[in-house]
Design a protein around this ligand. Structure first.
Ligand SMILES: Nc1nc2c(ncn2[C@@H]2O[C@H](COP(=O)(O)OP(=O)(O)OP(=O)(O)O)[C@@H](O)[C@H]2O)c(=O)[nH]1
Ligand SMILES: [Mg+2]
Length: 434
């Protein structure tokens, strides 16, 4: 018995890879930032199943376009790989297909970049059908240009009579297969999205908060803490959540709130993935409150805020009424940081989701913003808008309707955030009270 347990343990260890990490120090980024980026890369590698055995950094001035890093550094990596018996090199910066090729000629084993690594993790961890389809699509789109260049590379180096013809045909065939598959996956996604829209339509009547933010910030932990349940998956790994959950909870009896967990963001999220996870974030887009969770104990938390803002902006999801939640206050090395942020963001909340510290404040705040604050607005509605309004926002009440010039003048009232969203989404014309 003991022996078989031991064997299982060994085989798991054996399948882990050993990797050298490579980072480039830019002209404006200080060295410690690059080290922190490499720490994050190490966490990503760990999630993908590789252990860091060493790292190499280089200043940007000395870069060689053919291999990204300079000759001397390539040799350093080669030596390190041999010494540590490793066969994987991971670059923090994106490599072109040609750079990968050149580097793989010099270095033993595989060479990959951060984007490739993230795609790999998503492929490994996606569970639901939708997530799997999205990841496969992102992978095909990422590898497609690399596929074609791989073939032209093969033709170039081994080319000549006999190779060129079949190579060309093979390339065409491969391209078509990949294109067909991409087309099929896109159709599947559309279908899944339609099904989800139907489900969402049914839920939509409840006020909703979406938890968004950098990976490992504690979104899923916070979802559990808010709802008093412990079924959202939490792990000290990047991208623990790829299949977000939606949970219902009540602070005041009779005032249900939906909380949506989301996929975490990360710096340099491969843009194919951004595109394919857009639909997953659609639910968050329509939430009444966007709650941005930040790991205040992380040395780069300010950069995380920036990265998250960037993704939100790319997706057209910037909002004024975003609620900042600084998490992990139990884990601060320097309490000064919290004071500084409290001054910078007087409206933000500071809590510990894992310890349950001040989570109550957030529950109260959400309840207040979503229910207690009742908003009223006089609007001029076209009959079509009126139907849309009642369908999309059944919690809003329409009072004292009067017809004027083919439109209805009415007083709309209901939860403040929901009213705001309705006005914005349907571009309703607000009029002075008549
Ligand atoms: N010290 C401390 N750790 C926390 C706190 N909240 C969450 N964590 C830990 O942070 C890690 C990540 O938590 P998750 O809830 O999985 O984070 P997430 O934002 O959902 O991460 P992804 O799903 O990967 O995007 C886990 O190890 C949690 O236990 C907190 O308040 N204090
Ligand atoms: Mg999570």
């Amino acid at each position: 018995m003991k022996q078989s347990g031991y064997e299982v343990e060994t085989s798991r260890e054996v399948t882990r890879e050993r990797a050298v990490l490579v980072g480039v120090i830019g002209s404006t980024t200080p060295e410690w930032v690059v080290e922190d980026h490499l720490d994050e890369l190490r966490a990503l590698a760990d999630t993908a199943g590789a252990d860091e055995v060493g790292r190499v950094t280089q200043r940007r001035m000395k870069l060689d376009p053919a291999t990204m890093i300079g000759r001397g550094k390539v040799n350093d990596i080669k030596r390190l790989l041999k010494e540590k018996d490793a066969r994987l090199t991971i670059f923090d910066d994106d490599l072109t297909p040609a750079q990968v090729r050149n580097l793989e000629k010099e270095l033993p084993g595989k060479v990959m970049d951060r984007s490739g690594l993230i795609l790999d993790i998503f492929a490994l961890r996606a569970r639901t059908r939708e997530a799997r389809v999205q990841v496969e699509l992102a992978q095909l789109e990422y590898y497609y240009p690399r596929l074609t260049r791989m073939w032209s590379h093969l033709r170039g180096s081994q080319g000549g009579i006999g190779f060129r013809g079949p190579g060309e045909t093979q390339l065409e065939v491969d391209r078509r297969i990949v294109q067909d598959r991409i087309g099929k996956l896109k159709k599947q996604l559309e279908k899944i999205a339609r099904q989800r829209d139907t489900r969402r339509g049914a839920r939509r009547e409840l006020p909703t908060v979406a938890l968004i933010g950098y990976t490992n910030a504690g979104k899923s932990t916070l979802l559990n803490a808010l709802t008093g349940r412990h079924d959202a998956y939490v792990e000290d790994r990047l991208f623990a959540t790829l299949d977000p959950k939606v949970r219902r909870f009540e602070v005041t009896p009779g005032h249900p709130i939906l909380a949506i967990d989301t996929v975490g963001f990360i710096r340099k999220l491969p843009h194919h993935l951004v595109a394919s996870f857009r639909s997953t974030l659609e639910e968050a887009r329509e939430a009444d409150i966007l709650c941005q969770v930040i790991d205040l104990s992380h040395p780069l938390f300010e950069d995380h805020i920036k990265q998250t803002d960037g993704v939100l902006k790319d997706m057209g999801m910037e909002r004024e009424e975003r609620l900042l939640v600084f998490n992990k206050i139990d884990n601060l090395e320097n309490p000064q940081v919290m004071r500084r942020m409290q001054e910078a963001y007087p409206d933000a909340l500071f809590l510990s989701a894992a310890r349950g510290l001040r989570v109550w404040d957030l529950r109260e705040r959400l309840d207040a913003e979503l229910y207690q604050g009742t908003g009223r607005a006089h609007v001029r509605l076209h009959p079509d808008d009126m139907a849309a309004l009642q369908k999309r926002f059944p919690l809003l009440q329409l009072q004292t309707k009067t017809w004027k010039e083919g439109a209805v003048h009415t007083l709309v009232s209901g939860p403040k955030t929901m009213l705001q969203q309705a006005l914005q989404e349907l571009s309703l014309e607000v009029i002075p009270k008549d």
